[in-house]
Design a protein around this ligand. Structure first.
Ligand code: ZN
Length: 310
C-alpha cells in the first residue's frame, strides 16, 4: 500500500473546525469518546508519518458504529503491530472508513450495513497495546487518508455529523433521526414507498411489498415517519401506511452468519450477522422468520439473540 506522507500540522484540525462549523453530514462520528491528545488527524509522530486518522478513546468494550451505510470490504486481523484488527466499509464514490484496534468485530466482509450499525467494540489490538483503549478511525478516498476534524481532548458524540464536506457523497438523509427501540411493522395497501428522507418530497429509493415486514429503529421529530434499514442505508417510510405488528419478539443474528432453513431443515439462504428479523412463531429449537420470499424460513435459536419489539 502506498503511504501518503501528510504535511498537515497540529493546528489543521482546529482550523477545519472553525472554517466548517456547519456540519453537512456525509459521515457521522462512529463512537462516543474523547480525542486522544496525540491521536488527532495530522498529529506529528517522531520518526514516522503523521497520524492519518482520529483516535477516539473510551473504555474497553465501548460500541463502535458505522459512520455511514455501505458494504463491509474487510473485517478481521491485520498487522499485529499496526491496526491489529480492522473493519473497512466501502461507501462508494471512492470513500471508505476504517476502524482499527477493536476488541471484537461484529460485521463480516460482504455484509451491507446501515449508518449506525454497530461494527465492533473498542479494544487495544495492534499498536494500541499499552495505550488507553481507543478506536482508530480513518476516512479514505481512493486509498488516500482524508481529514477527520477533531482536536485533542475534544469530546465526540456518536452519530453527530462530522463537520467537514466529503465531496462526492450525499448528506445522510436520516441525520437527526431519533433513535428508538427496534419495532416490526407490516406494509399494507399496495407497495409502500421508501424515501431518502422523512417527507413526501424526498426521493423514492425503493418500495416494500404488501404484507412484508420492516424494522424501524427511530422516528423523525414529529414521529410520523419511521427510520428503517433499507439495503444498507437508512431510509424512511410513512407511518400511516404501516401497521404495527403486535409485540412479537425481534431476533438479531449472532456474530457468525448462519443459514435460514425450510421446515425440513435444509438451508434456503444466508442470515447475515447482526441483522434483525421479526418472529412469526417458534418451536423449542427455532424461530419462524419473515424473510424475503421464504415466508416460513427458520433460524435456529442458538444462532440468534433475542431483542424486544416493544
Ligand atoms: Zn490512531
Amino acid at each position: 500500500m502506498v503511504r501518503v506522507r501528510n504535511v498537515l500540522v497540529s493546528t489543521i484540525a482546529a482550523i477545519a473546525l472553525a472554517g466548517e462549523a456547519r456540519a453537512t453530514g456525509e459521515l457521522v462520528y462512529p463512537q462516543d469518546g474523547r480525542v486522544r491528545d496525540i491521536g488527532y488527524f495530522g498529529a506529528p509522530r517522531v520518526g514516522r508519518h503523521t497520524h492519518q486518522g482520529l483516535d477516539i478513546a473510551r473504555a474497553l468494550g465501548t460500541p463502535v458504529y458505522a459512520a455511514r451505510g455501505g458494504r463491509v470490504t474487510f473485517s478481521g486481523r491485520t498487522d499485529p503491530y499496526g491496526y491489529g484488527t480492522l473493519v473497512e466499509i466501502d461507501h462508494g464514490s471512492g470513500y471508505a472508513t476504517w476502524y482499527g484496534h477493536m476488541r471484537t468485530l461484529l460485521v463480516v466482509s460482504g455484509q451491507t450495513i446501515a449508518v449506525g450499525t454497530q461494527v465492533g467494540n473498542v479494544g487495544v489490538e495492534g499498536n494500541a497495546r499499552g495505550t488507553e483503549p481507543h478506536c482508530h478511525f480513518e476516512v479514505r478516498r481512493y486509498g488516500v487518508p482524508q481529514l477527520v476534524p477533531g482536536a485533542a481532548y475534544q469530546s465526540i458524540a456518536r452519530g453527530s455529523p462530522i463537520p467537514r464536506t466529503y465531496s462526492g457523497l450525499t448528506a445522510i438523509a436520516s441525520a437527526g433521526a431519533t433513535s428508538g427501540p427496534l419495532r416490526a411493522w407490516l406494509s399494507q395497501g399496495g407497495f409502500v414507498n421508501v424515501r431518502s428522507g422523512p417527507s413526501t418530497s424526498s426521493s423514492i429509493v425503493g418500495a416494500i411489498k404488501t404484507d412484508r415486514t420492516c424494522i424501524s429503529h427511530g422516528t423523525n421529530a414529529a414521529g410520523d415517519w419511521l427510520a428503517i434499514d433499507y439495503k444498507g442505508h437508512e431510509a424512511w417510510v410513512n407511518r400511516a401506511v404501516l401497521t404495527p405488528l403486535p409485540a412479537r419478539p425481534v431476533v438479531r443474528v449472532k456474530v457468525a452468519q448462519t443459514s435460514f432453513t425450510n421446515e425440513k431443515g435444509s438451508p434456503v439462504g444466508i442470515a447475515l450477522s447482526n441483522q434483525v428479523y421479526p418472529v412469526h412463531g417458534e418451536t423449542p429449537t427455532r424461530y419462524e422468520i419473515d424473510w424475503g420470499d421464504f415466508a416460513y424460513a427458520y433460524l435456529a435459536k442458538a444462532s440468534v439473540w433475542l431483542g424486544s419489539s416493544k
